[in-house]
Structures are given as structure tokens and as C-alpha cells.
Design a protein around this ligand. Structure first.
Ligand SMILES: CC(C)(COP(=O)(O)OP(=O)(O)OC[C@H]1O[C@@H](n2cnc3c(N)ncnc32)[C@H](O)[C@@H]1OP(=O)(O)O)[C@@H](O)C(=O)NCCC(=O)NCCS
Length: 176
């Protein structure tokens, strides 16, 4: 399996990333949301490359929850269709969860559609558990699960080999 390189997204790559997002979701975010995260949480917008081509991305940030403590939030994650099931999303998630752990965060949250089998399989493998069901969370009326993962992160034993130790450029902690 080819190696995956994970590094911050450059401005010139943002449109490519957005096109991957558009192709992956029925109700994509607007491009302005990607510009927002690139402006205000640039270290959390990461791309995965294989053979120097972008094959996936993740947007990861942080937020303050009550009582006051900072948590990780996975905003968006996708792999191009032809590269799925080869460890790309696992490599991105591994990089982000390791960064959160290094930053001293204790938990990470995300939302995922209840019928998104692939994403649910991925997140469960990485230790995310369903916290609650969010009724009609998406524009098409689908429900979502709010999922939570406790840190520190320890890589699951069965993630694809290419994702176990992604080659990373020096990354700061995700988000602001
Ligand atoms: C979900 C998604 C990001 C997974 O990306 P990926 O690069 O294919 O994931 P990986 O190759 O790292 O897979 C890791 C694990 O996730 C699970 N998984 C991935 N795709 C799966 C599928 N189609 N069905 C069931 N489990 C799946 C498996 O446990 C897999 O490990 P395995 O291949 O050893 O069984 C990808 O399918 C995608 O881009 N989907 C559209 C966008 C999306 O739904 N994003 C998540 C929104 S919350």
C-alpha cells in the first residue's frame, strides 16, 4: 500500500479540496466555509497526498464547552472515490487525534448521518461512541449521531497499514 503524506492545505489547493467535498456530500457546505476555516483555523485544514495528488482532506478545529474546557471538533472529512478503503481517512484522523492529544485535549466530537455506514465504521474503529441522536440534523431531514472520542488517542490495532504512521510535515495543533 502506498504511503500517504499529510500536510496543511495551501491556499492554491483549497478549490481542489472543496471539489472533493462537493463530490462526497449530497448537501455540501458553501465554499465560503472552507475559506473561513482556512483563514481562522489554518492548521486544522489538512490534505492527504498520494503520489503528490490530493486524495483526501480533513477540517478539524477546537471549541470551548461548558464547564470551560477546550474540545476537538471534526468539521469535515472525505476521501476521493477512487482512493477509498486504502487508509486515507485513517491517516488524516490519526494525524488530527495525535495533534489533539499533544495539545492536551481530552475529548473530540463530530456529527455523522445515521445512515453513513462507511463513516460510522471508520469513527467506531477510532474509538468514537454515539452520545445522542440529533433529529433532522441535515437539510434533507436525516438524523445525525453526535459522536465523542476520549483522548489520549491510541491507534486501533487494525487500521490499514498506510494509515498507521502517516508521513506528516511538522503540524501544529488543529484549529485555532
Ligand atoms: C467515510 C470516508 C471518509 C472513509 O474514507 P476512507 O479513506 O475510505 O477510509 P479508510 O480507508 O481509512 O477506512 C478505515 C476504516 O473505516 C471503515 N470503513 C471505510 N469505508 C467503509 C465502508 N464503505 N463500509 C464500512 N466500513 C468502512 C472500515 O472499518 C475501514 O477499515 P478496513 O478497510 O480495514 O475495514 C469515505 O468513505 C468518504 O469520503 N465518504 C464520503 C464523505 C463522508 O461521508 N465523510 C464523513 C462525514 S462525517
Amino acid at each position: 500500500m502506498c504511503e500517504v503524506e499529510i500536510r496543511p492545505c495551501a491556499w492554491r489547493e483549497l478549490l481542489t479540496v472543496y471539489r472533493i467535498h462537493q463530490a462526497a456530500f449530497d448537501f455540501p457546505y458553501g465554499f465560503s466555509r472552507f475559506v473561513y476555516y482556512k483563514l481562522f483555523a489554518p492548521r486544522g485544514v489538512l490534505v492527504a497526498l498520494r503520489d503528490q495528488k490530493i486524495v483526501g482532506y480533513i477540517i478539524a478545529t477546537t471549541a470551548w464547552y461548558w464547564p470551560p474546557h477546550r474540545v476537538g471538533e471534526i468539521v469535515s472529512l472525505a476521501t476521493v472515490a477512487h482512493a477509498r478503503r486504502t487508509g486515507v481517512a485513517s491517516a488524516l484522523l490519526t494525524t488530527v487525534l495525535q495533534s489533539y492529544t499533544r495539545a492536551g485535549l481530552r475529548e473530540v466530537y463530530l456529527q455523522v448521518a445515521v445512515n453513513n455506514t462507511a463513516a460510522l465504521g471508520l469513527y467506531r474503529k477510532f474509538g468514537f461512541r454515539q452520545e445522542r441522536r440529533l433529529a433532522r440534523y441535515y437539510l434533507d431531514g436525516r438524523d445525525a449521531y453526535l459522536m465523542r472520542c476520549e483522548l489520549p488517542f491510541t491507534p486501533p490495532p487494525t487500521i490499514p497499514p498506510a494509515a498507521a504512521a502517516p508521513r506528516c510535515r511538522q503540524l501544529g495543533k488543529p484549529g485555532r
